[in-house]
Design a protein around this ligand. Structure first.
Ligand code: ATP
Length: 195
């Protein structure tokens, strides 16, 4: 199965573009969403996260995301430890999911690909970009976070320029209709490559 990576910075529109590919019949696996689901569902992950972060990792039986986010934001070692617990489970879940798909290719949406040198896991990579002020406005509107918070997350991520360099395709998502049109062309180009 051909695996396409869909990445981009916070608020660039990965999920929005992923939905468009889905409308073209392409199965989408959203790695971050599945990771969160597994962190709530898997007893093994739960036990290990409590060992790592303490009982506050969960609140009323649910993953305490704000607590975890505040703990890992400026602590690379802790983030790596959390990833070492969660990532292998997500990878195994993805492999099971992949076996069930029947399509010319599938898309795996993941915020982090280049940052962890995971390019080799994908046949092609699409990066979604958008102007920073638009991304900030979108995330503030979506999550109710502050401008400073979004800016600090952007500062922590690889720059668009670096991502573009490492990508096979780029979608500029300032305007949704234009982005969809680019996505449609990329869909055709991928199908052609697979011929
Ligand atoms: P994150 O990395 O935070 O998960 P993302 O890259 O998946 O974000 P989306 O969730 O798709 O981004 O988009 C962020 C917000 O911006 C959403 O509320 C979405 O509806 C909105 N949005 C996405 N693309 C556009 C667009 N072209 N025009 C206006 N709003 C958009």
């Amino acid at each position: 199965m051909v695996i396409i990576g869909l990445t981009g910075g916070i608020g660039s529109g990965k999920t929005t573009i992923g939905k468009y590919f889905k409308s073209l019949g392409i199965p989408i696996y959203i790695a971050d969403k599945e990771a969160k689901a597994l962190m709530n569902r898997s007893k093994v992950i739960k036990r290990k996260l409590i060992e790592l972060f303490g009982e506050s990792a969960y609140k009323d039986g649910k993953l305490n995301r704000p607590y975890l986010a505040s703990k890992i934001f400026n602590d690379k070692i802790l983030l790596d430890k959390m990833n070492a617990i969660v990532h292998p489970k997500v990878t195994a879940h993805f492999k099971r999911w992949l076996k069930k798909q029947n399509a010319p290719y599938i898309i795996k949406e993941a915020a982090i690909i280049f940052e962890n040198n995971l390019e080799h896991q994908y046949d092609y990579i699409i990066t979604v970009i958008a102007d920073e002020d638009l991304r900030i406005d979108r995330v503030i509107r979506r999550d109710g976070t502050s401008k400073e918070k979004v800016k600090s997350i952007i500062a922590n991520q690889l720059s668009d320029i670096e991502k573009i360099h490492k990508s096979d395709f780029v979608i500029m998502n300032n305007d949704l209709d234009e982005a969809k049109s680019q996505a449609k062309d990329i869909h055709s180009a991928i199908l052609q490559k697979l011929d």
